[in-house]
Design a protein. Structure first.
Length: 497
């Protein structure tokens, strides 16, 4: 009997990744990404960031071609398709489904004044109570920029969509979106459980610009004849899952229930937790979106904490403080004999721009408590990792104030989570158990597609083969030391805020 596969795409700003998952074994049969070097981002002006959606499609095709060849798979063996994508982007198409302009992507900041103006005009209570966030720099505000600055183009817009919606459109010829997608663009009203008419009215958007809504897990569309011929897939193959990259990362780590946390710690760091009731931070220091399993009848919210100064601080320390040529693993060995709290050295890690967790203040990175007669490079290395952890825990306290009971943190074994000191400090301060997994966004999207088309009963069956690599329990004998070090760090931070 021929093998059967699920196909997952992960549409990032640096590359598009595709993976084939063997349905019977649940294992990844092949994976590839294009381009092999980071994809270009157009910055016509400072703070702008655009990409051509056609580039995503071209890279998706190249990735797909490679994995199909690697697995020796035929189009008819692919039983469902799932899509993960870079969040908050804006794609505009006309009635012929032609893209009207390059996509304004997540890291473009031109729309900030438009979101701020709407927040002021509508009022904090209404925005936070209904959207759970400020309109900020999200998709709706980006569209407001287009309306004001490119009015002739705006008049031609038939539908607006997110990057994942665009890929689904190219696969199927159908234009639709999800509640989770609308919420990340600030188009969803959590009180009315409908598109946010008051925000559409504030910006002067016709309501028919919003695409039809389909469930996150469902047969949202099927592969068209034209796309089947172009990609070598079978016409009618269901597209049965779609989610932004952070909700999808949580799904990939089997994070679905209230109190569960998914975390990543690359250049920047993310803590994404599931909340079981509608709530928000009154200071808008974290973002709240509909999680992948949110429905009108089930409140499952993804609370997103982002720390800009994460792995980038560790990399800076390696370049500028550590002995030349040293590896990250060598750095970790050098720090092993430095006690918890780095003997009084504290590093505030916010040197990568404004931090939302600090209400968009830009306070920079700073080092405190250096004693020239006692401290070494290793103290600074450890204090940097501790400072990153402490910034995570500072944000997690906000999530706890919103009602989240944080007991377990799921993460991939990558980036900062490769460091034992980082892991132990996070467990020690938070009191949560950390579970490390072998995971990938495109594999998660493929398994989401299996759920959406009914091949899996539920997420537990879909992720039954998820490989757990390690479990880190909080060391209760050292908990007091970790908490004292965190309290000392917070004392330093409060001098700036």
């Amino acid at each position: 009997m021929e093998k059967q596969y699920l196909l997952g795409f992960d549409v990032g700003s640096s590359s598009v990744k595709a993976s084939l998952v063997d349905i019977d074994s649940g294992q990844c049969a092949a994976t590839a990404f294009y381009p092999e070097h980071e994809a270009p981002i157009k910055a016509v002006k400072a703070g702008w960031a655009e990409q051509a959606p056609q580039m995503w499609w071209d890279n998706a095709k190249l990735s797909l071609k490679k994995i199909m060849a690697e697995a020796g798979a035929k189009g008819e063996q692919v039983k469902a398709i799932g899509i993960s994508y870079q969040m908050h982007g804006l794609v505009c198409v006309d009635k012929n489904q032609e893209v009207l302009r390059d996509a304004i992507i997540w890291c473009d900041s031109r729309a900030v004044p438009y979101g701020d103006r709407a927040f002021k005009n509508i009022g904090a209570e209404t925005c936070l109570g209904h959207l759970l966030n400020s309109p900020g720099n999200f998709t709706a505000a980006k569209l407001a920029w287009v309306k004001e600055n490119e009015p002739e183009l705006f008049d031609k817009i038939y539908k607006v969509m997110l990057p994942g919606d665009y890929i689904a459109m190219r696969l199927s010829g159908d234009i639709n979106t999800t509640i989770s997608g609308l919420s990340e663009g600030m188009f969803w009203d959590f009180k009315e459980k409908a598109p946010a008419k008051f925000l559409l009215d504030e910006f002067g958007f016709p309501s028919d610009l919003i695409a039809d809504i389909v469930p996150t897990f469902s047969v949202q569309a099927t592969v068209s004849k034209a796309a089947a011929e172009e990609l070598g897939l079978k016409e009618g193959t269901p597209i049965s899952y779609r989610a932004g990259d952070q909700p999808n990362n949580a799904l990939s780590l089997n994070v679905f229930n209230p109190g569960e946390i998914a975390s990543t710690a690359g250049t920047s760091g993310v803590v994404y937790g599931v909340l079981g009731e509608v709530n928000y931070d009154k200071k808008s220091r974290v973002n709240t979106f509909a999680h992948v399993n949110y429905t009108k009848d089930l409140d499952r919210l993804g609370v997103l904490l982002c720390i800009n100064g994460t792995g980038i601080l560790n990399a800076w320390v390696r370049r500028n403080v550590a002995p030349e040529g040293i590896s990250y693993a060598d750095m970790n060995v050098m720090m092993e004999n430095i006690p918890i709290g780095s003997e009084g050295v504290s590093i505030i890690p916010f040197g990568n721009g404004a931090e939302r967790v600090l209400e968009n203040r830009e306070i920079g990175c700073s080092i405190h408590g250096i004693n020239f007669n006692k401290h070494s490079k290793a103290h600074i290395m450890r204090a940097a990792q501790e400072g990153i952890v402490f910034s995570f825990c500072y944000g997690m306290e906000i999530m706890q104030q919103m009602g989240m009971d944080i007991r377990k943190i799921h993460a991939g074994r990558a980036n900062m989570f490769l460091s034992e000191i980082f892991r132990n400090t996070l467990a020690g301060v938070s009191g949560a158990t950390i579970e490390l997994y072998e995971t990938d966004g495109s594999v998660g999207a493929a398994k989401g597609a299996g759920m959406g088309c009914g091949l899996y009963r539920d997420h537990d069956e879909a992720f039954a083969t998820l490989k757990k690599l390690a479990v880190i329990e909080p060391d209760e004998t050292k908990r007091g030391d970790y908490l004292n070090a965190y309290a000392h760090w917070k004392d330093q931070l409060e001098k700036y805020i």
